[in-house]
Design a protein around this ligand. Sequence first.
Ligand SMILES: Cc1cc2nc3c(=O)[nH]c(=O)nc-3n(C[C@H](O)[C@H](O)[C@H](O)COP(=O)(O)OP(=O)(O)OC[C@H]3O[C@@H](n4cnc5c(N)ncnc54)[C@H](O)[C@@H]3O)c2cc1C
Length: 238
Amino acid sequence: GNHKWDIPILERFPMSEDAASGTLKEFFTQGFSRYETERSRADLEWSTSKLSAHLRIGTLSPNELYHKTQDSGLPYEDTKTFSRRLIWRDLAYYQLYTFPSMRDQPIRKHYESTEWVTGDEERRRLEAWKWGKTGYPIVDAGMRELYATGWMTQSVRMIVASFLVEYLRVNWVKGCEWFHCTLVDADSAINPMMWNNAGRSGIDQWNFVLSPENASQDGTGEYTKKWVPELAGLSKPL
Ligand SMILES: Cc1cc2nc3c(=O)[nH]c(=O)nc-3n(C[C@H](O)[C@H](O)[C@H](O)COP(=O)(O)OP(=O)(O)OC[C@H]3O[C@@H](n4cnc5c(N)ncnc54)[C@H](O)[C@@H]3O)c2cc1C
């Protein structure tokens, strides 16, 4: 059809140096000082910087961003998590350099024998996940936001990744491929690093399962109701 996939994505993430410096300014005015406490919130506008696509395509230098955090005048306790995550970018590039096959193979080789769902059942589960039709509100909200705008906040990326791997038992490689196809910040190093972790075969394997029930990521319920409008009439909490 003539569905224009790119238009809402470009509206949300205009790609220019001017747009990057505008976003940088907004984040440092409105969100940076609260990052330690609010970074997991999908329902708050500036809880994270939303600079990932600019860092990915080069309309913002990571050095500039790093020095902005250092010059913010805030104590280390208030800047440490943001700075650490920014440096994870380089950790991801180091991992891809060291493990060039990590995009579709486990970094820890013995996880190759993990048993995943296959065939028609794999397709059925994967399709439900991709299109936000699993029946789990926060999972569906995230997957719909991803397809519509190319972005999700990290805490929701973690929920949907954990859900695909732990609940649906679909091989993490399939999730990694879909993210690569749909993310506006799709990164050949960060994405497989995080999916390896979700699939438990990464360097920082997730030794936990995230609950797909709505919780603190969407304290107000507004995020889920926006992306899963069939639930908009329900009372809070979801
Ligand atoms: C399954 C999964 C897949 C992911 N795939 C990608 C991807 O393809 N591209 C991508 O840029 N990020 C990816 N991330 C990491 C993270 O979710 C995004 O960087 C972040 O949500 C982008 O939003 P932000 O710019 O507001 O982040 P902020 O919280 O404001 O962070 C600032 C910057 O730090 C860097 N950063 C943050 N978290 C990470 C991380 N875990 N690893 C490496 N660098 C990080 C990013 O460049 C980000 O823009 C993934 C996370 C998960 C769980």
